[in-house]
Write a protein that binds this ligand. Structure first.
Ligand code: NAI
Ligand code: 15L
Length: 258
């Protein structure tokens, strides 16, 4: 049994997948800079600010891998993104290097390529076209992953997550939705396969309207089983999308949302 750490454990995605990972037999040491009030029996919590290298180094000491969800998940001021996402991800990899941790699930984002038009299908080799400074910060995370793989052999799955929530809530999510169950199964594969390397993977369920196609073999044996299609009749917003990043493309640049 491997010991994994999960950063960002108080966040939306972590809250959805913690019980699912538990059901798959994956127990994590949970971490965030926010306290967690709802620990289940058997769950453990350790505070760490990703901006503080010593916190992160003590967090990853003695573990086998990291599910890195922590950081800012929306557009914000450059300095805030620099601290939480760029410096935070650098600290994570540097801590892994120092402590000999060899595998990371890196929560990247579709907003790394959010400026592509919705008419353009993408695969994992698409060059970044970030739609926000947030997207830029996630792209830098992918570069850090690649550099620490090439230099030090730390393997990462850089997963450009679409929209991970219980069920799609708007028509864009017919393309972007990633079910919590498909995400949990992806994480399971990331920490099961013998050789991971450092692939970029688009994280969406088996949606007919998906814009993204993973390279035919991610090497992971991950086949999403859920689909946004079944929610189609319930979604009636009439937003016309031009870019894959949806509303992020028009957000005030470098401003947190009110
Ligand atoms: P969230 O904003 O709900 O959770 C992020 C967590 O990170 C929060 O609990 C926050 O306290 C923690 N955090 C922020 N800065 C920190 C710091 N300096 N030190 C320690 N902890 C810190 O985000 P969500 O929705 O759960 O997303 C998780 C990850 O997945 C994020 O990295 C996000 O960018 C990525 N992602 C999420 C998507 C989604 O559909 N929710 C889509 C694409 C990417
Ligand atoms: C993201 O990267 C965000 O973290 C999340 O809140 C959603 O907005 C998601 O992308 C999306 O594109 O739906």
């Amino acid at each position: 049994m491997q010991t994994l750490v999960m950063t960002g454990a108080a966040g939306q995605v972590a809250t959805l997948i913690r019980p699912l990972l538990g059901a798959l037999g994956i127990q994590c040491l949970l971490s965030d800079r926010k306290a967690l009030a709802d620990l289940s029996p058997g769950e453990r919590f350790q505070y760490a600010d990703l901006g503080v290298l010593s916190d992160v180094e003590s967090l990853v000491s003695g573990v086998d891998g990291v599910i890195h969800l922590g950081g800012l998940s929306r557009e914000s001021h450059f300095e805030a993104l620099l601290d939480a996402n760029i410096r935070g991800t650098y600290h994570l990899y540097e801590a892994c290097r120092r402590q000999g941790v060899k595998r990371v699930f890196l929560a990247s984002s579709n907003h790394v390529t959010g400026f592509y038009p919705v008419t353009q299908p993408l695969d994992a080799y698409a060059l970044p076209r970030p739609d926000t400074l947030y997207g830029v910060s996630k792209g830098v995370g992918e570069l850090l992953a690649r550099c620490f793989y090439d230099r030090f052999g730390i393997e990462s799955a850089c997963v450009r997550i679409g929209s991970c929530c219980e069920a799609p809530t708007d028509k864009r999510m017919l393309s972007t939705w990633l079910s919590p169950n498909d995400l949990a199964r992806l994480i399971q594969q990331v920490f099961t396969v013998e050789h991971l390397g450092c692939p970029v993977i688009y994280g969406c369920s088996n949606n007919s309207a998906a814009w993204w196609k993973n390279a035919s073999d991610t090497g992971l044996g991950w086949h999403p089983q859920d689909s946004a299609d079944e929610f189609k009749s319930q979604l009636d917003d009439d937003v016309t999308l031009s870019r894959q990043g949806g509303s992020f493309v028009d957000l005030p640049f470098g401003e947190p949302e009110p």
